[in-house]
Write a protein that binds this ligand. Structure first.
Ligand code: SF4
Ligand code: SF4
Length: 298
């Protein structure tokens, strides 16, 4: 049995100040940080004990986790567990990454995002170089805002070919065909992000072989459907795993629609679903054809 878990504890603070983010420069009070640490400790204990399931974990904190020692420790300890296939965290890469020398590079990986205006490209690239030296798998992403385009191009040019650069469509922004083509030159899979997927009634792996887990152990299908289907710590999650159609109108975030069955993205990203690295990366030639789609908004 394989299960991908997207974990999100109470932590919601971030050291960066991105203008497009509600968590920018937010500070968590000490009691919330203690609760977040305790919840993560409980979760990692559960992962260590649950040896009859082949687990993959993606930490998706609202804010930045790698400035906190407990997320770094969790990445290292989970990476060494034989039944943990992959352990990944979404990060702005602000913190040093040398601690990853203690992690198993066969299972630890990072989903990194470059935020122009918050960090220089040179500094971000130094972090990337260190990850490459350590043999850690990572993807690099940017938000597809017009003011990021020059930086995104320069970043793509500077990154090693084997590093995949993804582009997320900016929330609420519509892209005309020219803009879409421009961003697709940087990320051949931008077409999956540029418009929300009409997911209602479509079969989805979420709730069957992928779940979302909150700090208190609440298990939901995904981060986008709030109804709990069980709890991690009372064992009720096991009976809850089953195929279901999606119950919401759209799915517009990669960590969700990568599980939407008709898209076939688990094949496109095979071996790198959680860290967002396509199976066939690096490519010699960028694709011209658009992605397969379920349905698109007009
Ligand atoms: S780095 Fe991420 S969490 Fe932090 S402010 Fe920017 S978008 Fe928000
Ligand atoms: S399609 Fe998206 S919103 Fe619907 S169940 Fe799957 S991950 Fe959740």
């Amino acid at each position: 049995m394989n299960l991908a878990i997207l974990y999100r504890g109470p932590l919601a603070s971030c050291n960066y100040d991105c203008p497009y983010c509600p968590f920018a420069k937010r500070h968590d009070p000490p009691e919330l940080l203690r609760a977040d640490r305790a919840a993560l400790t409980r979760f990692t204990g559960w992962v260590a004990e649950t040896t009859d399931v082949r687990l993959s974990v993606l930490f998706t904190p609202w804010g930045e986790g790698l400035t906190r020692s407990w997320y770094r420790d969790a990445m290292v300890s989970l990476s060494h567990l034989p039944h943990v296939e992959r352990v990944v965290i979404q990060t702005n890469l602000a913190a040093r990454v040398d601690w990853l020398a203690d992690a198993d590079p066969r299972s630890a990986a990072l989903w990194t995002t470059y935020h122009p205006g918050q960090v220089t490209r040179e500094r971000f690239l130094r972090r990337c170089s260190r990850l490459s030296e350590l043999g850690i798998r990572y993807s690099v992403g940017v938000v597809g805002l017009p003011e990021h385009l020059d930086e995104a191009r320069a970043l793509r040019a500077a990154l090693p070919e084997e590093v995949y650069l993804w582009v997320n469509a900016a929330e609420g922004r519509r892209y005309d065909a020219t803009e879409e083509a421009t961003w697709t030159e940087l990320d051949p899979h931008f077409g999956y992000s540029v418009r929300p997927h009409l997911s209602l009634g479509q079969p989805c792996h979420a709730g069957e072989t992928a779940v979302s887990v909150l700090g208190d152990g609440t298990v939901r299908r995904c981060h986008f459907i709030q109804t709990p289907i069980g709890n991690l710590y009372d064992g009720s999650w096991r009976a809850a795993l089953m195929p279901r159609p999606c119950g919401t109108s759209i799915c517009d975030c990669h960590i969700g629609y990568v599980h939407l069955k008709p898209l076939g993205l688990r094949d496109v990203f095979a071996g790198g679903v959680l860290e967002r690295i396509p199976a066939d990366w690096p490519r010699r030639h960028l694709v011209q054809a658009g992605p397969r789609e379920v349905q698109r908004r007009p």
